[in-house]
Design a protein around this ligand. Structure first.
Ligand code: F0G
Length: 464
């Protein structure tokens, strides 16, 4: 018998829970001691002291029973592992690149492509920097130039594709430096530092055409490209009825290669790859990977890790999976929006970003408002988040001056398939409680600064 469907029906996660991992609540006194010990840096906390861990979505996903079964099928041969061929086959099928070099994680692939294509004095445009990507470009003698649209730097702009490249900015870089000095443009999809914001298919197509007209390659940072594909499906005309898998494949067709951190979209705890169309670049990458990662058929990974990633590729592009994944992020974002908490909008793919400049308007940027906000969320209720502001931006490699990014954010990152809506309710309540007594919270001073990627290990002390 046919039943009349209700007007609105809630979606639910397309899985049930088979194994659980206990988490621990702590007292405020314990948390204060822990954050002092960690130098007010959430990266330096011990995970046993964290209640709900939203530090990152990187390597923190729950694998499926099918992936775990694949772990038992690890072919741990030094070379020619069957799992490598499974990985290669799925990268070819779903991402469309003919050549694949596995790496231990995303930055391993960034290292290879930067070393192979960048010469000292080169310029590498991109739609906003990512920390490790830019550092590898700099270590190879290149200079990163931001060519993302202005809206990306404005947390209140509602542009549906804040990850888009500004073609006029890209053209200016070409005019100023000459195409010969530009080995490639990095296209991030989604753009992590802008708030997990997507790039449109139309823009990817335009960037590819423009780059190729000048003989410039396009290298996709495909780390969260599946999430980007979902946004194209729901926000860009003409893709409503297309599968996420077909959208992903078309996105990749507008690039010459991709770096990949499998620790995000691909639902694994470790792994990545470099994928490329060009046989010459592949030959060099295959030769170089032996020096830094391992043989080209394992690239720093065990056979079982490659198998889990090969299977993760198929799970990642299932429309039901990605709908629920982004649905969880939107759920948390909606709770905060209803309470007028300042967040980056539109809501992005992997995280909710709190706008620390509006959360703590009384703390100047050089007193690290986002760093303090992340520390306070931990003190308040054991919620671990991450600073994505002036600390993450670091210093200009030539002048040593601090960068002052427009975006001073705290990222509440949702691991895939790990937390329930009840956890997200607790997170939202914690943020709202903190917002209500935010006036008296002081800024921080940095008391230790490491040489590279300082946000991982820097230490701070409260100012008063
Ligand atoms: N590209 C993007 C867009 C990333 O977000 C990351 C990592 C990488 C490259 C590097 O990959 O960590 O596997 O070496 N992002 C993590 C994060 C660390 O928390 O956002 P990796």
């Amino acid at each position: 018998m046919e039943t009349t469907p209700r007007k609105h029906r809630s979606w639910a996660e397309p899985y049930k829970i088979k194994m659980v991992e206990p988490i621990r609540t702590t007292t405020k006194a314990e948390r204060l001691a822990a954050i002092e010990e960690a130098g007010y840096n959430t990266f330096l906390l011990r995970s046993k002291d964290v209640y709900i861990d939203l530090l990152t979505d990187s390597g923190t996903s729950a694998m499926s029973d099918h992936q775990w079964a694949g772990m038992m099928m690890g072919d741990e041969a030094y070379s020619g592992s069957e799992n490598y061929f499974n990985l290669e086959r799925n990268v070819q099928k779903y991402y469309g690149y003919p050549f694949v070099v596995p790496t231990h994680q995303g930055r391993g692939a960034e290292h290879l492509i930067s070393r192979i294509l960048i010469r000292p004095g080169d310029v590498v445009p991109g739609n906003m920097y990512f920390t490790t990507t830019r550092l590898h470009q700099e270590l190879s003698g290149g200079t990163f130039v931001d060519v993302i649209i202005d809206e990306a730097h404005d947390p209140t702009s509602l542009h549906p594709f804040k990850g888009n490249v500004d073609l006029a900015k890209f053209q200016r870089v070409i005019d100023e430096h000459g195409a010969k000095k530009i080995p490639y443009i990095t296209v991030g999809a989604t753009v992590n530092m802008a708030g997990g914001q997507p790039i449109s298919m139309a823009n990817m197509r335009d960037v590819y055409e423009m780059a190729h007209k000048h003989g410039i390659r396009v290298i996709l940072d495909a780390t969260r490209a599946v999430e980007n594909a979902w946004f194209i499906k729901v926000r860009e005309g003409g893709y409503r009825d297309a599968s996420v898998a077909s959208i992903l494949h078309e996105m990749c067709s507008y690039s010459d290669g991709a770096t990949m951190s499998g620790k995000k979209d691909l639902l694994v705890n470790i792994g990545g790859f470099l994928a490329i169309r060009d046989q010459d670049v592949f030959d060099e990458a295959r030769s170089m990977v032996v020096v830094y990662e391992g043989m080209h058929t394992y690239g720093g990974l065990a056979g079982r890790d490659m198998e889990a990633m090969a299977r993760g590729i198929v799970e990642a592009v299932q429309d039901e999976h990605i709908h629920a994944r982004i649905g969880q992020v939107e759920y948390l974002g909606e709770l905060l929006r209803q309470e007028n908490i300042p967040i980056v909008e539109p809501i992005g793919g992997h995280a909710i970003y709190l706008d620390a400049k509006r959360f703590f308007p009384h703390i100047p940027q050089d007193q690290f408002p986002a760093q303090m906000l992340a520390a306070q969320l931990y003190i308040e209720n054991g919620i671990r988040s991450m600073e994505r502001g002036i600390v993450s931006a670091g210093r200009n490699a030539e002048t040593g001056e601090n960068y002052y990014p427009k975006l001073e954010l705290v990222r509440l990152t949702i691991p895939r398939r790990v937390y329930t809506q009840a956890h997200l309710d607790v997170v939202a309540e914690t943020v709202v409680d903190l917002y209500e007594h935010r006036e008296n919270i002081p800024g921080l001073q940095m008391v230790y600064e490491p040489k590279y990627l300082r946000f991982f290990q820097a230490r701070f002390a409260p100012l008063s």
